[in-house]
Structures are given as structure tokens and as C-alpha cells.
Design a protein. Structure first.
Length: 533
């Protein structure tokens, strides 16, 4: 097997994603555009999406990273709107878009049209998270979109299986379809609940960060495979386990957390970049398979389906937002009020992604009776154009829409104030504990070292408050920023000496690595972690 095309795909997509970070264009859109252009360059190999690779190998880690970074408490507080979108909307879109496609395309059987509806029903988890981070959506809107994207794939995949069974002639009844849906949903959650506690126990009892992170990389695949083994939803199993592990990540030792954050950030970056590039690279394959349908005719169907997908989402979102509030006083009292702008953003943020394409490519070539699957190539084309259309049109205009509506994002000053208050309470508890420990004769410590502990604690307590104060009139830095800059300069000077001593053969490379790691940990302690995503 030639590994060069895979290496080239990963390297090129990572390069484009890195370049996108220096432009105002979201990385997913630039990657899709690059894939579209590259698909017609001479010498570029043919890349086709295989559902047997995308679903079990790419989807679990992408879902895991999105779920671990989500807030379980925020998702639980918004479970009603999330359920209405991730389950109710996906089923509604499957039926509505499928029925419209059945009316639009002559000779398209209703069962095949419902297959198309299920394929393009779910907004993409990766796209929603990437765009939400970039445009700075309000916290509750971001939570709802993330929660929807975590669960809706499970609904869509199950609906697809039911519609596909009916299309190929498996004789599935409505009762059997509902039963399969419930089995997948309940079974997926059950598998996640069964796995989450022992997996977390194993993580907390492994003594080496390397082994813990190896387990961390295996967890989403284990959860997905275990659920699919019993014909349950692997997507829900992965999400349940990841939410539990993310909620209890504080119980894992610091070395594991530091290493795990770096590893998963790299994994997510590589996979997301490759996934969006793969979407664009599908164009030649999809166009070549149109068969009896002319390009002009197929483009008309594509435009109509795209409009239907966009309109159907708004038809669901606005009633789902307001009707429950009108009917139930408890919902009005428990949930914050909202105006027309939040549903507009949620409705417009329904970008589709690689999961839809992967599901579409899993449609069999023939039915049970040996006949060709009706309009399979057209379904692939319509899926591709819907994914591209939503990514480009909605993805490019969503940031502009957010700016025009002037939606209130997170308040940096309020966040800093909350951080400072939390740090103050934690520092007070740490100071009390230090006083208690030093009073014990078993913990005798020279006064300079005890003062150093107190000084570190005091600096940590004051650092956040200083960010709320005035900056230095000369440098524009806060005292904490100046402290970090000077600490970094000092550490850099030490690092240069260690390297010079190694070059002079006065210490060996093993000792150099030990000394450099110690400096790295000190530098990490001197600087608060920032999110540069």
C-alpha cells in the first residue's frame, strides 16, 4: 500500500489550515476551497471517502475532542433545545427534505428520497465547533450548537439505516424502524454509562502519563466499537464517555492533563484539516458518476435541495424556540428569554460536513433484488453540493451576520473578574492549608523556602487582579505581564548556558534534556495557558 498520498494529504491540509490562521477566512472554508482546486491539478491522486473508514476511524476522535471540551453542566441546562435540534429537527428534516426531493426529481422513489433526507439532515460537529470558536457566538448559542452537533449524527445515522433498509427492499415497517431507533439511542447511552466509570477509574489508577494518554487515544474507538458491536449508537456512546471524562478531568494528575491537552489538540488539528480537504477532493468523483443526469439538470436539483435544507431548518427552529415557551410557564421561568436574533443564528449555522458525505458513499450500488440503487449518483451529487453550499455560503456569511446583529459575546472583563474571585478563594484555602502544614513539626522547612511558597501563592493571587488594573504607561503591560516576560528572559539565559555546556562536552545530552525539561516546567508555571485556536 502506497502511503505517499495519505502523507501528502495530511501535510498539505495542515499547511493550508496553518495559513488560514493568518487570514480572516475560517480554516474549514479555505481547506474545502483548496481541495476543490487540488482535485483538478495534474498528478493529484484520487481520494474517495469510505464510510467504513470515516465513521469508525475519524468520527470517534473528532466527537471525543468536541465532547471533552464541552461543558456537561451547560449542556444539561440546555438539554431541551438541544434535544429538539439533535433529534426532532433531524427527523423533521429527513422527512421534509426527502418529501420535497421526491416531488422535485422525476422518477425518484420516496424511499430513496428519504435516504437523501437522512444523509443531509445533520449539521456537522466539526464545522459547528470551528465556526463558533472563530466568530465568537454568545455562550448559550454556542452550547446549543455544540450539543446539537454531538448528538445529531446518531439520529441521522439511525434514520439513514431505517430509510436504506426500506429502499433496498428489506421490508422494514414503521414499528421496526422506531424500534431500531430506540435500540440505537438507548443502547448507545447505556454502553456509554457502562464504560465511563471503569475507564475513568483506569485513567486515575495508571501511574504513568504516557500510559494514561495512550488509553485516552483508545477510549473513543473502544466506546464506538463496543456500542456498534451490539447494534447501538457508537456516536452516543463516545459522547457520553467523553462528557463524563471531561467533567472529571480534574481527578487526573497534572502531567497527564498537560500531555493529553497537547496530544488531542494535535490530533484534532490534523483530522479536522484532512477531513475538510477531503470534502473538496470529492468533486471529480461525484461529477463523473452523474450518469444519465445532465450537469445543468443536476445543478437545478442541487439549488432546490440546498434552498430546501436552509428553509426547513428555519421552519423548525423558530417554532421550536417559541412554542414551548408559549405553552409551558415552567420553561419560561427556568430558561432565559431570547429574541429573534438567537434563532436566526442557530438556523443559519446549520453547515453540513464530512459525516453526510461518508454516509452517502456508504449507499450500496444495488438493492436486494439485484437492481441498481435508484439515482445513487444523483444522491451523492446532491449531498456534495449541499455540503459545499452550506459551508461556503453560510460559513462565509455567518461572521458577517453576527457582526451585523451585534450579538453580545463573552464579556472579557466579567470573565477576568470571575477568574480573580475564584483564584482569591482558592488562594485563601491554599494559604490556610500551608499554615496548617508548617505548624506540624514533621513539615519543618527553612524559612526562605517557606517564604518562597508564600510568594508564589501571593503572585498567583494578585496576577488576575492586576489584569483588571491599569497597564504600565511605558510598555502597556500589566505587572503580571512584565513578570512573565522577565521570567522568560531569565529562563532563556539559563537555557543558553546549558546548551553551551553540552556543546563543550561538560554535560551529556541526557543531562541536558533533564535540565531543559525542568526549565520548561518552570516556564509553563510562569505563564498562564492561552487558547490560540
Amino acid at each position: 500500500m502506497d502511503a505517499l498520498p495519505l502523507v501528502a494529504l495530511v501535510a498539505a491540509s495542515a499547511a493550508v489550515a496553518g495559513a488560514a490562521r493568518r487570514t480572516p477566512v475560517p480554516a474549514p472554508l479555505l481547506l474545502v476551497a483548496a481541495g476543490l482546486l487540488a482535485s483538478y491539478l495534474p498528478g493529484v491522486p484520487t481520494y474517495t471517502l469510505d464510510a467504513h473508514i470515516v465513521l469508525p476511524l475519524l468520527l470517534p476522535p473528532l466527537l471525543h475532542t468536541a465532547a471533552v471540551d464541552s461543558s456537561y453542566l451547560d449542556l444539561r441546562a440546555n438539554v431541551r433545545p438541544i434535544a429538539l435540534l439533535s433529534v426532532g429537527y433531524v427527523l423533521f428534516a429527513t422527512l421534509a427534505v426527502g418529501w420535497l426531493a421526491y416531488l422535485l426529481v422525476p422518477g425518484l422513489p420516496l424511499t430513496a428520497a428519504l435516504v437523501l433526507g437522512a444523509v443531509i439532515a445533520p449539521p456537522d460537529a466539526v464545522t459547528a465547533a470551528a465556526i463558533a470558536r472563530r466568530v465568537g457566538l454568545p455562550g448559550r448559542v454556542t452550547t446549543i450548537l455544540q450539543g446539537e452537533s454531538l448528538v445529531n449524527d446518531a439520529t441521522a445515522i439511525t434514520a439513514f439505516k431505517v430509510a436504506l433498509a426500506a429502499a433496498v427492499g428489506a421490508g422494514v415497517s414503521w414499528g421496526a424502524g422506531i424500534g431500531e431507533f430506540l435500540l440505537a439511542a438507548v443502547g448507545g447511552v447505556a454502553v456509554g454509562l457502562l464504560l465511563m466509570v471503569p475507564l475513568h477509574w483506569l485513567r486515575t489508577h495508571l501511574r504513568e502519563a504516557l500510559l494514561q494518554n495512550t488509553l485516552s487515544l483508545l477510549i473513543p474507538f473502544v466506546a464506538y466499537a463496543a456500542a456498534e458491536r451490539v447494534h447501538a449508537s457508537g456516536v452516543l456512546a463516545v459522547v457520553v464517555v467523553a462528557l463524563y471524562l471531561g467533567h472529571r478531568s480534574w481527578q487526573v494528575d497534572f502531567a497527564t492533563r498537560l500531555q493529553e491537552a497537547a496530544v488531542w489538540k494535535m490530533v484534532a488539528f490534523v483530522l479536522e484539516s484532512a477531513v475538510f480537504a477531503l470534502i473538496g477532493l470529492q468533486l471529480p468523483f461525484v461529477l463523473k458518476g452523474l450518469g444519465t443526469y445532465g450537469v445543468g439538470e443536476a445543478l437545478w436539483y442541487a439549488f432546490a435541495v440546498f434552498v430546501a435544507v436552509v428553509v426547513v431548518r428555519f421552519v423548525w427552529v423558530y417554532p421550536a424556540t417559541y412554542v414551548p415557551r408559549w405553552l409551558f410557564r415552567r420553561i419560561r421561568e427556568r430558561e432565559p428569554g431570547t429574541d429573534w436574533t438567537a434563532p436566526l443564528i442557530v438556523g443559519w449555522a446549520g453547515m453540513r460536513g464530512v459525516v453526510s458525505l461518508a454516509i452517502a458513499f456508504s449507499i450500496p450500488m444495488a438493492m436486494d433484488d439485484g437492481e441498481d440503487f435508484p439515482a445513487r449518483n444523483l444522491v451523492l451529487f446532491l449531498t456534495f453540493t449541499t455540503v459545499i453550499g452550506t459551508l461556503v455560503i453560510q460559513g462565509l456569511t455567518l461572521p458577517l451576520l453576527v457582526r451585523v446583529l451585534k450579538l453580545p459575546g463573552r464579556d472579557p472583563r466579567a470573565d477576568t473578574l470571575a477568574e480573580a474571585q475564584a483564584q482569591s478563594q482558592a488562594s485563601a484555602a491554599a494559604e490556610a492549608r500551608l499554615t496548617e502544614l508548617l505548624a506540624d513539626r514533621h513539615n519543618s522547612l527553612p524559612e526562605p523556602l517557606a517564604d518562597r511558597l508564600r510568594a508564589v501563592l501571593e503572585r498567583r493571587r494578585n496576577a488576575v487582579w492586576e489584569r483588571l488594573g491599569a497597564a504600565d504607561p511605558v510598555t502597556g503591560e500589566s505587572a503580571d505581564d512584565t513578570y512573565r516576560r522577565l521570567a522568560r528572559e531569565m529562563i532563556a539565559a539559563e537555557r543558553e548556558v546549558f546548551v553551551r555546556l553540552r556543546d563543550e562536552r561538560r554535560i551529556d545530552d541526557e543531562m541536558l534534556r533533564t535540565l531543559l525539561r525542568r526549565l520548561d516546567l518552570e516556564e509553563a508555571a510562569a505563564y498562564r495557558e492561552t487558547d490560540d485556536a
